[in-house]
Design a protein around this ligand. Sequence first.
Ligand code: NAP
Length: 308
Amino acid sequence: MSNANHSIQLTDEISIPSVGFGTYLIPEDAVTQAVKTAIAVGYRHIDTAQGYGNEAQVGDAIKACLADGVITRDALFVTTKLWPGNPAWGDPAKSKQGTIEAFNDSLAKLQLDYVDLFLIHAPSGGEMRVQQWEALLELREMGKVRAIGVSNFSEAHIEEIKSAGLPLPDVNQIELHPWSQKPELVSYLLQNEISAIAYSSLVPLSTWRTQEGQDSAKTDEMKADGAGDASPFKAMAEKYGVSEAQVLLRWGVQKGYPVLPKSTNEGRMRQNIDLFSFEIDADDMAAIDTMDRGAGVAWAVGDPTEMG
Ligand code: NAP
């Protein structure tokens, strides 16, 4: 099955393509071309955020692809995220009204009439968290977003929404890969019919965010563990005749998580979407189950679930 057709059901009416194109850390002057290339090679799901500072350039790419007839709007799934503020960083939390204004600004930058999925990027809004969620519910009611969700929320943050008597998120986008499997949170999400979306799938690669300005909390030991012949993912890649990145992404898809690989390299973009011609066997899936190391490393500033 080609990737463009491979999707996961989010709600009765809404499905999400299993492979999305991540746009975090793509420089402003490169992101329009990167998104155009991603769409040209088959991606039908784009993940951006107010906090990435690139919504306008992502919007330029989508606009050009729509104008050129490369895609139709309903064939594309676009996600963006609210930057909720973070009082702990001296960045005031957004109110309900502030959330709606920020969404309208994102929509204008993306040059779209609606987005497919709108997320609260992190639980750092503290006392404003529930208000921010009320704003997302209102935006869905208004038809400006199809699905709504959260990102980096813990079980306690979702329970807060439940206690307020409000409908629960459709999704929680979290760091999920063999080194950060979050089994308790994932099972809580499943019980509450909230889909998990996996970000930073490629963390166990030795090359992941190693360039200047690409911070992460990955330790030197972790960098070394992803390198060389001893990497278990390298052995699996050889066994299946694919790359280590494909093994890591296929693991996410096989677990039922949409994945969001980011690359500015066309060859790797093609590779990262080519996940449906092989399957990780049960023994290897069981071996990966034992590799969990706990919390994620993508946020260099610390655990985003602890913020605010
Ligand atoms: P990622 O996709 O896990 O990894 C990207 C890194 O891997 C880049 O350095 C890329 O370099 C390299 N790479 C990509 N494909 C490769 C391949 N086939 N072989 C070898 N190296 C490869 O990292 P991420 O950006 O952290 O996460 C992906 C997306 O998830 C983000 O872009 C963003 O949309 C989302 N995200 C969300 C949150 C959140 O808080 N909600 C946090 C982090 C990320 P090249 O570009 O040179 O190929």
